[in-house]
Design a protein. Structure first.
Length: 75
C-alpha cells in the first residue's frame, strides 16, 4: 500500500453544482456536456437544488437559449 494520499473523487453532481450559480447560469446542454447525463437527469439535479431551499430561475439568453440560474441560497 502506498503512503501517498489519494485525492477525493469528484462526483458528477459536484462537477456541475457550480454551473447554475454562475452569473449567466447554465443551459441543459452545458450541464449535459460537463456531466455526461441526459437532460432529464440534469433537470432532476436542478429540482434537488430547489429542494435545498435555493431559488432557481429559468431565463432566456440573448442567443435564445434557456439557462437555469440560482439566484438565492439558504443561509
Amino acid at each position: 500500500m502506498s503512503n501517498a494520499k489519494n485525492p477525493q473523487r469528484k462526483t458528477k453532481a459536484a462537477s456541475i453544482n457550480s454551473m447554475p450559480r454562475r452569473e449567466r447560469g447554465a443551459t441543459l446542454a452545458e450541464m449535459e456536456k460537463a456531466s455526461g447525463w441526459k437532460s432529464h437527469s440534469c433537470r432532476a439535479f436542478l429540482s434537488g437544488v430547489r429542494k435545498t431551499g435555493a431559488t432557481v430561475v429559468k431565463e432566456e439568453r440573448p442567443d435564445g437559449k434557456t439557462a437555469y440560474r440560482v439566484t438565492a441560497e439558504v443561509q
